[in-house]
Design a protein around this ligand. Structure first.
Ligand code: ATP
Length: 294
């Protein structure tokens, strides 16, 4: 868990703040009025059923899609993220599920791909030194930085992808299902890595379908359902059953109501904020009149 209690983290200004963010794809309302805060040194898990809007939210933050409405505040400033380069320049790094690694290249080559030191004459030694420094900072278990990425395990490949994203010194790192398709040991390795990121003061958003992983490393968990907030919980206050109920809408949202009453949950991470209407009362995300593109 966090080195700082969630309550203390939440009293500081968030690195990322989303308010009223909406996104349509034609008739499909992928996101409606989303609120999300993430603080430095905090891991926020973003969970939700298939089609809940997680990827769309991440794509807005990483400059792949523009939002239709709402504001994104990053590092104290209102920002418009027009492109992936914008996102990186702001300090938002995203590690997508495909990892975007070149299998035939070495770890060093992958880490510095596109940003080789002194590109007119590659400083191989300096790149290798920096690679080890970075990997040590993450306590990463990589046997050699001179081997091809193809020969690494899934966990090690995830590590290289995360390490590469850190080269731009981001303030927020978004991990899209970092443990998907990994074995037990490799999953543990990646979860350790997530903890290192938090210890290094980064704000982390982790998308996951695996509740065990979410519970192992998250300070808070934001639930999306049908493209809307369906509760933001402090990890220490919520059980797996409660989370699953919020994800599926199985309990008529009593979880959110109870947590809100005790100050543990609220849309956008505001303790005590009453929950939204029960999921059942909401407009479906797709095929409704509200889904017209703006
Ligand atoms: N480019 C697109 N064009 C049209 N509809 C889209 C597009 N991207 C997402 N959607 C729709 O938006 C909604 C949210 O999808 P999104 O991929 O964000 O959900 P998700 O929570 O990431 O789901 P999963 O866990 O299955 O990846 C879905 O109804 C989806 O079909």
């Amino acid at each position: 868990m966090s080195t700082l209690p969630a309550e203390r983290l939440e009293s500081s200004a968030p690195v990322l703040s989303m308010r009223g963010v909406s996104k349509h794809f034609g008739a499909v309302a992928a996101l409606t009025d989303i609120e999300l805060d993430v603080h430095a040194g905090e891991v926020v898990a973003l969970v939700g059923d298939n089609g809940a809007g997680k990827s769309t939210l991440v794509k807005i933050l990483s400059g792949v899609h523009p939002q239709d409405a709402g504001t994104v505040t990053f590092d104290g400033k209102d920002v418009t993220i027009h492109s992936p380069v914008d996102a990186i320049n702001l300090g938002i790094a995203t590690v997508f599920q495909d990892l975007a690694l070149c299998d035939n290249l070495t770890v060093v080559d992958n880490l510095f791909l596109g940003r080789e030191l002194a590109p007119w004459r590659l400083n191989e030694v300096e790149m290798e030194v920096q690679s080890w420094k970075l990997l040590r900072q993450l306590s990463a278990k990589i046997p050699s930085v001179r081997i091809a990425v193809a020969s690494l395990s899934g966990g090690q490949r995830q590590t290289v992808a995360i390490a590469r994203s850190l080269l731009g010194s981001p303030k927020l790192i978004i991990l899209d299902e970092p443990t998907a398709a990994l074995g037990v040991e490799q999953t543990a390795e990646v979860l350790n890595l997530v903890e290192r990121l938090r210890e290094n003061g980064l704000a982390v958003i982790m998308i996951s379908h695996n509740m065990q992983d979410v519970q192992a490393v998250s300070d808070r968990v934001a639930v999306l359902r049908l493209g809307r907030n369906n509760g933001t919980f402090r990890m220490k206050d919520v059980s797996t059953d409660d989370l699953i109920a919020a994800i599926t809408g199985a309990t008529d949202n009593v979880v959110t109501q109870r947590a809100a009453q005790t100050g543990a949950a609220g849309a956008g991470g505001k303790p005590g904020v009453p929950p939204e209407a029960p999921a059942e009362d909401r407009q479906p995300a797709a095929g409704t009149d509200e889904g017209s593109e703006q």
